[in-house]
Design a protein around this ligand. Sequence first.
Ligand code: ZN
Length: 410
Amino acid sequence: MPVGFFFFQKAVIIFDFCCYIIQSMKQLLILLLYCVPVSLAAQDSSFIVQTAGRLPFLEYGPGNDRLGGAKMTYLDSGIVLKVVDSLDGDYIVRLSKQHQAFIAKEHVKPAPEKFSRPYYLTNNWRVYGDDTFDYVTINLDERLPYRSIQQINPSRIVVDIFGATSNSNWITHLKSAKEVKSAWYEQTEDDVMRVFIELKNKQHWGHYIRYDSIGQRLTIRVKRQPPLDIQKMTIAIDAGHGGANTGAAGVSSGILEKDYTLRIAKELNTLLKQRQVKTLMTRDRDTTLEMADRVEILRAASPDVLISIHLNSSGNMLIQGTSTYYRYIGYKELSQSILNRMLELKLLEIGAVGGFNFALNGPTEYPNCLVEVAFLSNLQDEKRILDPKFHKAVAQKIYAGINDWIKKIK
Ligand SMILES: [Zn+2]
């Protein structure tokens, strides 16, 4: 064998080997390109759930304080949510491309995969009224999540429907609607439809969002302005705590908050009844009531106003004073009016506190105000709380505050 031929053969073998390596690398690359998306897809562990149980609600984030995190909205049951992650006791759910929320795991149940669709379209709207309420109904493909806020000047209810892409070409507004001035929408994001409901009156009297018991029609029920006369209204009174839930205790006397909230609530109830005002008490004796029980009682009764009565407490014994609380801007004036009257009792001012996350400030259905009368943890305030004359005086001030508020609305 000539030496030259031997080298030629070696070169061919090396060339073949190189080709083989390149070919193999190409195949490996193709395999990688194919596998990476597959493995990424395999990592997508999202799944669909539905809201369930009593009073499910969304939170903005994992924040927590003694009242729980900041609530975004209470939700109806059977609402479809996409879980993308979890953190402690919460699921993180994707509401739309840009929005997520937190929901307690106990507030959802598994849902069939059929709920997962690329688009959820909206359909026709109807604005109308019956004897008591106005309604804005929107036909949807699915029970999608929503949230709402109140706006003032002008008074509007703004509802975001997440995951919804507009296919609505028809908004019927009937004469029977008495409170809704107009209703329209903007597709603010690809998959978020924002509903605007402008009200005729400047005061918000409440709205309630739910789906039809069967089906996917979203209904925003709008409460009309009642006659602006307290005698023609129903005032709900909630005495904080009760039964096994004793609340705070007096710093020197050891008296229980649950007993004194009830005493003040009863004084208010008596005073209102003497003035021929219709009232409703969530409890009139020492009984245990969950927050959900209270919300359900109130929701069924649909009062015009809710006053919730508590006594405050702090680790700092020096803190004293009175405060009122609201969650929604449309209910601020009620809290401010009651606080102004409470300050006439020579209590120090803690303030009219907004954005508050108390469970009974959360429902949007009626104007509500939490009154933290004074501090059980402060000696001076406690002395007042022990005096039955003070209970009567607090009742009078709350009554006067509601009347002041009504006058302002007129
Ligand atoms: Zn309390």
